[in-house]
Write a protein that binds this ligand. Structure first.
Ligand SMILES: N[C@@H](CCC(=O)N[C@@H](CS)C(=O)NCC(=O)O)C(=O)O
Length: 207
């Protein structure tokens, strides 16, 4: 059994979609970030930065367990464990690494910054808002160009690169300027991924 420590955000959905897609049995532990539940000592003990999501895999040889924090690490771990959404060809796998990295370290932080300066900031700073809006528009365009060249982010097959990217398109990109309007390749891809039953189930976890 795998424990999924999560919350209802785009990052949380990336992990729950992967668990639904692989069919691995899991149970959900839902956290309220507003109440600071991610700082509970038992959660801090299994994550380096007290952020969501994380998994604990209890299903290891010898009855041992391991915890994994962060969306990219969780997806790599589950892909290796199951061999699913994880191409065998090293050339394609290199592209999976690349696109998972782009989403985790380029697209994700761009949208976090945009959220921080548009929503959380007590003082609206036009320069910072413009900076992040422009960066997000550039990220959307990057995905649009790639999805005009290949059906899925890393090539011809649905992989963990698409799983990590989908909640960004379905949640973060809907919230801000630079959404899917005027991006037909991205919209085609998002429509297809969003129609997968496992994705639909994962997008409802934890709520
Ligand atoms: N790089 C991390 C980002 C995780 C992250 O930003 N999690 C947010 C929720 S979406 C969080 O836990 N925020 C609470 C905090 O920072 O205290 C990942 O890809 O999983």
């Amino acid at each position: 059994m795998i424990d999924l420590h999560t919350t209802a955000t785009a990052n949380g959905y990336k992990a729950s979609i992967m668990l639904e897609e692989t069919g691995l049995p899991y149970r959900v532990i839902d956290y309220d970030l507003i109440k600071g539940e991610n700082f509970k000592p038992e959660y801090v003990a299994i994550t380096p930065v007290a952020r969501m999501p994380a998994i604990v895999d209890h299903d290891l040889p010898g009855g041992t367990a391991v915890s994994v924090y962060g969306t990219a690490a969780i997806l790599f771990y589950l892909a290796e464990k199951t061999g699913r959404f994880w191409p065998a060809d090293p050339r394609v796998r290199a592209k999976v690494y690349e696109w998972v990295g782009v989403i985790a370290s380029d697209v994700g932080p761009a949208y976090s910054g945009q959220f921080a300066f548009n929503v959380i900031a007590p003082e609206k700073l036009p320069w910072a808002i413009q900076f992040y809006d422009k960066l997000c528009a550039r990220m959307v365009q990057t995905l649009e160009v790639q999805l005009g060249q290949t059906p899925y982010l890393a090539g011809n097959d649905y992989t963990i690169a698409d799983i990590i990217a989908y909640p960004v398109a379905a949640v973060s990109m809907q919230r801000y300027p630079g959404n899917l309007d005027g991006h037909p390749n991205l919209a085609r891809w998002a429509g297809e991924i969003g129609a997968r039953p496992a994705v639909q189930r994962g997008m409802k976890v934890p709520r």
